[in-house]
Ligand binder design. Structure first.
Ligand code: GLV
Ligand code: MN
Ligand code: MN
Length: 418
């Protein structure tokens, strides 16, 4: 079986580890997360790495370089998913990283750094609303308030750690030190249509969009759906609906990307005017100022809608990650990797999606390789990649790692035949 076939097959295997019988959902610190870590750990050790699960639930593997104990190049991605996920977001990057390590190990290449592969535990934030908990811990950035975040069943992050067999008091053991790393490279599907529209396979990521997420509440007054005249209604759902439309209008007008992905009306009776609506906001842009200016306009719009309709508006920030530029030297290495696949003039653009690199950059410089996904569809079970694109991504990713090695004072020793 070819390496790309094996990667595709392993994506299918990981997709079977789900908390839902009919769709893929695997969240942070769940039993499915433990099962995925065990499988990924086994693949890491078969690839020649020493393996461990760190105190934040990240599954890690390490291949020593030319001598033991050298600083490491981190490579990897995440293995948690959104609800009703595709098979490639995150997982493909982990499997490509393992395949690169396996190739380097079996070719006997001695790099001037160690390679550490990480399968991050929580990039999406599906369970606790706060994304990047695994990569933030690894980067040594942890806010103790996060221990009391809860999931939909009221389980706190601290309790979930314990249920998973992790001791919150030992979390600092997951924090890495900058002097032990030379950089972070991640391969990921684009999750947008730029590559597919241009009929290109791979791209260099220039930066990652900054995002903010909010829980918003519109409160009005519940009442009888038949008996309450329109001029006496304070219908929270009609107000919230206006706000959803404003989020789209204002973000489009400012080149920002705004999404209301979750909305729930209370008390939820077919014959009851909604008295309260809870809804989410995800707002992202290439530049933080652009995003924050749009956010102010959204708050003004919410206020105006609520005043006009006799409603009240509240918001709570759940998550904030500022835009992150990729490192120029590592970007050159990624571009060299893409060139090695025959693409002389690699496309380069910013990532609209968030990635673990947004957290890892606090530890070490980052860069990313994008690979085409069909029609740009992601966060959906129709997510699809071509096996031949995976093969190209593997070539490019390995060549990028070797190009990073070439940027270090000690060049990698020549390969021996595989
Ligand atoms: C992660 O996939 C995000 O961009 O929300
Ligand atoms: Mn995702
Ligand atoms: Mn992802």
């Amino acid at each position: 079986m070819s390496e790309s076939d094996l990667i595709m097959e392993r994506c299918e295997q990981l997709a079977t580890i789900s908390s839902q019988p009919d769709r893929l959902e695997r969240v942070h610190l769940s039993p499915q997360h433990a099962a995925a870590n065990a499988l990924v750990g086994q693949w890491m050790s078969e690839a020649g790495m020493s393996t461990w699960q760190d105190p934040a639930g990240n599954q890690c593997g390490r291949l020593e370089g030319a001598e033991p104990g050298l600083p490491a190049l981190l490579i990897g991605s995440h293995i948690d998913t959104v609800p009703d996920a595709g098979r490639y977001d995150g997982m493909l990057g982990v499997l490509l990283a393992i395949a690169v390590a396996r190739r380097i190990h079996s070719a006997g290449i001695r790099l001037p750094f160690a390679l550490e592969v990480v399968a991050f535990s929580d990039e999406e934030g599906t369970r606790f609303g706060m994304a990047l908990l695994g990569s933030r811990a690894l980067a040594g950035h942890w806010d103790d308030e996060w221990w009391s975040l809860t999931d939909e069943n009221g389980i706190t992050v601290a309790e979930a750690f314990q249920d998973f067999g992790l001791d919150p008091a030992r979390l600092p053991g997951a924090f890495r030190r900058p002097e032990n790393y030379v950089g972070y490279l991640e391969a990921h599907i684009e999750q947008g249509p730029i590559l597919d529209d241009a009929d290109r396979r791979l791209a260099v990521v220039t930066s990652i969009a900054g995002a903010r997420r909010y829980a918003m509440t519109v409160t009005g007054k519940a009442g009888h759906a038949g008996g309450t005249p329109y001029d006496r209604r304070h219908d929270a759902l009609v107000g919230a609906s206006e706000l959803v439309v404003e989020v789209e209008r204002l973000s489009r007008a400012s080149g920002t990307i705004g999404t209301v992905g979750r909305l729930q009306a209370f008390p939820g009776g077919v014959n009851v005017i909604p008295g309260r609506v809870e809804l989410s906001l995800d707002l992202r842009a290439e530049f933080d100022e652009q995003r924050d200016e749009c956010l102010d306009l959204i708050w003004d719009a919410a206020e105006a809608i609520c005043v006009r309709r006799g409603l009240t508006f509240e918001k709570r920030e759940l998550y904030r990650a500022d835009a992150v530029p990729c490192d120029p030297s590592l970007m050159r290495a990624v571009a060299a990797g893409i060139r090695s696949t025959g693409d002389d003039d690699p496309l380069a653009f910013w990532s609209r999606a968030g990635h673990d690199g947004m957290a890892v950059v606090a530890l070490t410089p980052i860069a990313m390789l994008f690979l085409r996904c069909r029609a740009g569809v992601s966060h959906h079970p129709d997510e699809h990649v071509k096996r031949s694109d995976v093969a190209a991504a593997l070539e490019a990713f390995e060549a990028a790692v070797l190009a990073v090695a070439g940027q270090h004072s000690v060049a990698p020793l020549p390969r021996v035949a595989r």
